[in-house]
Design a protein around this ligand. Structure first.
Ligand code: ATP
Ligand code: MG
Length: 314
């Protein structure tokens, strides 16, 4: 659905906003595009929509070069900070968008009603956008992106500016669109959103893709060990545990023990024999936040000591 080949962009006076990006997004998947501020996410999105032109390389949508407007017929786009003609109401905005896509009057009316309802804008449909809150503008932007029932959605930070309930609703909406067979490419800073809804993700840092792959694989395979939380522990028993070469930290009368899977049952038996209260046993896995910070802090790939891009596929 989306393919980029050695896609690069340099803005005047800056070295590489995007460097040789090779990315392929398959039909029906939700792909999360992560990266810190200034990493090149919006640059990538603008390049694949032909809003800006690459310095080198190319991008394809539906196997059509993006320089051909045909490539965008079945695409819905939400820009980073949507700014619409703010004297329009949401209803008028959607009418305008529908006309741009050459939809007929009854089609626009039907779709507008559905989208206003879906994005909780029915009550505000006759209010001009300048009176909307940030979250309402964002939701109007999502409705705008969906007017033509696109097969491919490209969303630049769709959950930005939304409160937790709004974010959950957008996440549910994206999952629902996936069920309908749509393909979604979105950028985000909100790691939790990416972790909960994406099939695959990419992490870009300083214009370079540092990770691309299935999140479930990387996060679950990196299972490390268990944290066992014990209460009512005395210093004497703690020392006995330390003698077993177990890493532990005590705060007040609560201790956190880091235990390898093979030693887990033995430690639980020990806790029981001492009548301690077992508060929690938690498997410790690498989190997306951990992976994200690790990749941001790595030297760039052009650095002689850097490794290759972390590719994790099924
Ligand atoms: N029009 C422009 N002219 C010059 N430099 C630009 C322009 N647009 C972006 N840049 C630079 O390109 C780099 C990538 O910017 P981009 O907007 O793609 O980042 P981003 O990952 O979307 O960041 P954010 O999370 O803050 O939205 C930044 O260093 C930015 O300053
Ligand atoms: Mg951006």
């Amino acid at each position: 659905m989306i393919k980029t080949i050695e896609l690069s962009k340099t803005y005047k006076g800056r070295v590489y906003a995007l460097k040789s990006l090779n990315l392929e997004i398959e039909k029906g998947e939700i792909f999360g595009f992560l990266g810190p501020n200034g990493a090149g996410k919006s640059t990538t999105i603008k390049l694949i929509l032909d809003i800006i032109r690459p310095t080198s390389g190319k991008a394809l949508l539906f196997d059509i070069d993006v320089s051909n407007p045909e490539s965008r017929k079945k695409v819905g786009y939400l820009p980073e900070n949507p700014s619409f003609y703010d004297y329009l109401t949401a209803e008028e905005l959607l009418w305008f968008a529908g006309r741009v896509y050459n939809m007929d009057e009854s089609g626009i009316k039907k779709r507008t009603g559905e989208l206003l309802e879906l994005l909780d804008l029915t009550k505000a449909k006759s209010t001009p956008i300048r009176k909307y809150s940030k979250g309402m503008v964002q939701r109007a932007g999502l409705a705008h992106a969906l007017i033509n029932d696109p097969d491919l959605l490209i969303l630049d930070e769709p959950t930005s500016g939304l409160d937790p309930v709004g974010r959950r609703k957008v996440a549910d909406l994206l999952l629902d669109l996936k069920k309908q067979g749509k393909t979604i490419f979105f950028s985000s800073h909100i790691l939790h959103d990416v972790e909960t809804i994406c099939d695959r993700a990419g992490i870009i840092v300083e214009g370079e893709l540092r990770f691309s792959g299935k999140l479930s694989t990387v996060l679950h395979q990196s299972f490390q060990d268990f944290e066992v939380v014990v209460q009512n522990i005395s210093d004497e028993i703690l020392n006995e545990i330390k003698d077993k070469n177990i890493d532990c930290h005590k705060e007040g009368d609560t201790a956190r023990l880091r235990i390898k899977e093979d030693d887990l049952w033995e430690v639980i038996e020990f806790i029981r024999s001492k009548n301690l209260s077992l508060f929690a046993i938690e498997p410790k896995r690498k989190t997306l936040e951990g992976l994200f910070l690790e990749l941001i802090n790595k030297p760039p790939l052009t650095h002689p000591s850097a490794g290759s891009i972390l590719q994790i596929e099924p």
